[in-house]
Design a protein around this ligand. Sequence first.
Ligand code: PLP
Length: 360
Amino acid sequence: MNHIYNFSAGPAVLPKAVLEQARDELVDWHGSGMSVMEMSHRGKEFMGIAAQMEADLRELMGIPANYKVLFLQGGASSQFAMVPMNLLRGKAGMDYLNTGEWSKKAIKEAKRYGSVNVVASSEDKNFNYAPAQDAWKLDPNAAFVHYTPNETIGGVEIFWTPKTGNVPLVADMSSTILSRPIDVSQFGLIYAGAQKNIGPAGLTIVIVRDDLIGQTVAGTPTMFDYKTHVDNDSMYNTPPTYAMYIAGLVFQLLKREGGLAEMEKRNIAKADLLYGYLDATDFYASPVARDNRSRMNIPFTLKDAALDEAFLKGAKEHGLLQLKGHRSVGGMRASIYNAMPIEGVAALVNYMKAFEQKNG
Ligand code: PLP
């Protein structure tokens, strides 16, 4: 049996060490006689887990004191609505960058709450690049500027931080968070579904500057108001306790392994290995503009799409799982989040080479 490497875009592979620790602690957490799943979220055991987890995330990302960190449910998709509900603050319009499928979903939802100005779009080239900042038409009176630094489906990543002056910058970091250091102080709000680099699905993290909280649009449900969760330390209702616990184990592991600077180094090495091969052959191709090639999600095509099925079948036989591209774009996609070791990328490249030799 080959070693199994899982290239899923999400829910994605978790570090083996974390799964093993969770297994060991599953039934009786630290002699408490309870599984974390069975603990009251208001009990001292779980309150301790939650506090440690938040402290570790703050340390890893260097989150300034004037930012609140919220642990919510509802997925990043709920944030597509919660962001405008909370951040519109009486203004008429919002700025959005459109770089692909996730941007489009965020834009569609925001339009329910006010007018959306699309500052720039890469739809003209099938979303295979990100427009440079000098092409953005920013509205100085916008309530905020929203962008998607990593489009999980298209594999388009923006490695620079947009400059938006006094207008708060909002980022859907679902598939890039924790993959490299970022300067949180440049953002008004960051959100992410957990199921890529953080932990299991069910947890959504929101990092929000405190002056932006508490000015929701009329009719905002209690659960959709960030202030509700700020005032109750994310315990207004039952938070996703087990997912938070696993995320906490991931944060501790990342700290032990050298933090986000080390993750970035590893992620660059992994991405270079795969892109290097894609560039060295004409049997496979990367559709994404060089400056925007994602380090997390790497779509690629075979010269002859008729071979796609045989490629996927052979990959599976070699223990290389979930390489099929998103249904909206076809081809292949290798998602290589933090938990994918470089050995997994090397195994993929070796398989790709062998497949090319046989079919090229
Ligand atoms: N935004 C991005 C960039 C994503 O990759 C995803 C999903 O994978 C989402 C939003 C939606 O997240 P969720 O499924 O947590 O709602």
